[in-house]
Design a protein around this ligand. Sequence first.
Ligand SMILES: Cc1ncc(COP(=O)(O)O)c(C=O)c1O
Length: 387
Amino acid sequence: MGTPIYLDYHATTPVDPRVLEAMLPYFTERFGNPASKGHAFGWRAQEAVEAARGHVASLISASSKEIVFTSGATESNNLAIKGVACALKGQGDHVITVVTEHKSVLDSCARLEREGWKVTRLPVEPDGFVNLDVLRASLTDGTVLVSVMAANNEIGVLQPLADIAAIVHERGALLHTDAAQAFGKVPIDVAASGVDLLSLTAHKCYGPKGTGALYLRRQRPRLPIECQIDGGGHEGGLRSGTLNVPGIVGLGACAEIAKRTLPEESVRLAGLRDRLLEGLRAGLDGIRVNGSLERRLPHNLHVSFDGIEGEALLMALGDIAVSTGSACSSGSGAPSHVLQGIGAVADRAGASIRFGLGRWTTDADIDAALERVVTVVRSLRERHPVA
Ligand SMILES: Cc1ncc(COP(=O)(O)O)c(C=O)c1O
């Protein structure tokens, strides 16, 4: 087996060396606690945190005051959904989400349901999109929050957030979006899209694991949200706990790099992704793309291969690191809830592969992956034909 080729950038990404370099001093000589207000160690750490906050805000066209640092998108999703529901208890009884969301959104909503909230889980169309008429019809006078992800972590589909926000706001509800996969990969403008809360994470964007943020629109009166971690009142009282300064500096560096490189990088990766698809189509019959190709993350491809089994395919690929589902819930052996959501499970899910390209994916990687996938699929079809 040669050096594995990494095409699983949706699961996580390597830390960019520039990001690591920015982080390193904050483990050692600049180790101060930003909450230490009385000396220079604390001041320096605080300055670094505020600079990072500025970079994160700038990448999504927000203001620094609208960013709360967390431990990642899972925590941000929990804070957004449970925090808003908690603050608006008594003023409403209903939240809306979508069947293809990440587990951290679905399970946060399930907890609210156990506590007496009504939860609507919207279906999606076969191309992965929320049907806006169905959304409109699902909103009630009691709806306080709608949570729809920006980009899907399996099939890469980009939901029309601005259209969704307009519909949600007409009925006086708030819109939260999980942008874990979209942050730093496609342009995000919270002001233009009208999103009220947005979750993001560093480790999908060439930063460290365990650091993320929640964007909260500044409103008058303040956006209703209650903290979910009590303690010293850090982050404006919304997320207590000593700040992960190196991680936050890393997240800031990711955002700063993405701001400069996103336009060029997304074009390059979309080109590689399209070449991968063309190569698969040229080399194999019986392949299908899951989710819309038109409104999709530039570095995502999700393909089903007729006539073979998913596990056999994954085993045979060996040195090509891809995923058959999302890493977050893989290992459960259960069919992907996203593929079920788009109606692709019955005949397709078993032999589907998610390709996630990234900053260090080269032409040679794509050529090698193509050659391998085409050879393996042909051979599996010959040796183990599946009815
Ligand atoms: C869409 C989406 N939301 C949330 C998460 C969770 O992010 P984190 O690992 O930062 O908690 C992930 C990670 O897989 C994801 O893809």
